[in-house]
Design a protein around this ligand. Sequence first.
Ligand code: DAH
Length: 357
Amino acid sequence: MDLKQLETQLSVLHEDTIKAIVAAGSLDALRHLESGVLGKTGTLGALLGTIKEYPPAERGKVGQTLNRAKTEMTKAFKEAEARIKAGAAAAESSKAATYDPSLPGRRLPLGTFHPVTIVQMQVEEVFRRLGFLVETGPEMETEHYNFEALNIPKLHPARDMQDTFWMTNGMLLRTHTSPVQVRAMERHGPPLRVIAPGRCFRYETIDASHENTFFQVEGLMIDRHISIANLIAMMKLLLREVFGRDLKVRLRPGYFPFVEPGFELDMSCLICDGDGCATCKRSGWIEVLPCGMVHPNVLRSGNIDPDEYTGFAFGLGLTRLAMMKFGVADIRGLNGGDLRSLVPASRLTGPTVSAKG
Ligand code: DAH
């Protein structure tokens, strides 16, 4: 075969190979084709082996021609391989992107307020409507506000009722929200309506019904002619709002140094409606609210003249109230940080709670 014939054969081979490459639908097919052309025994490979059969003067030219053909075809195979790989990748990713937009989305679990926060918001809402200010006061208190100003002098036995965390700086962690009473009297003067929700601390061993950290709401109303009747009316309203129905209440005498007279307010048992059950220890009543008429000494601590003004105060145990409302049997569930203890609260009150703070 002379050079001319070789060139013709090569151009036919080139054309045929390009057509076959275009038709190859897969990498396997392409590789098969490639070895049939460029492999040692392939069409072009075999021709390359014939160089030495040409007269020496022609070998250079023949070699160039064959090598050019080899380079071109190698390039065509490389391009085809890249094209097939890109096509496969695109097909793969379009498969991943196919989804059914009409399917419902995945629900994310919604967060919820802590049971104590829910009850606190309800209580604040009720009292705001009645014109009460919401004050907070510091959690680290002075002995003066936590005890002395509340008519509990040093060495008074009532100090033993509230085991206290003392700080090395001489201050303490407030054992109740009552210190905010005197702070509010000093700040606003009479007449005065204020509630003070907040965290309190006692040096207690923790068990199912005791915590060293718990929440109270203090309430205080001072004006001319405030009486026990006002106190009872407010407490009935509060319980009706929190529990969503009218509850019977009763007052028993109770001793707290900062009120005189002092009371324990009981409400009819939610479980048995007053008939007597295990929850209320067969009495039909549940103790919810210590309260009383503000002691003249406490009014004086707050620079208010007890001959001109009277008032009532109460200390609502928010943590206990939340436990009763949501049926939480163990107080440790509330502070333990276990999110599962929040679930009952969201189920019971989710839609009715307003987020106004
Ligand atoms: N501070 C009291 C306590 O934590 C509760 C209390 C009782 C508050 C009577 C009051 C009250 O305002 O009048 O034990």
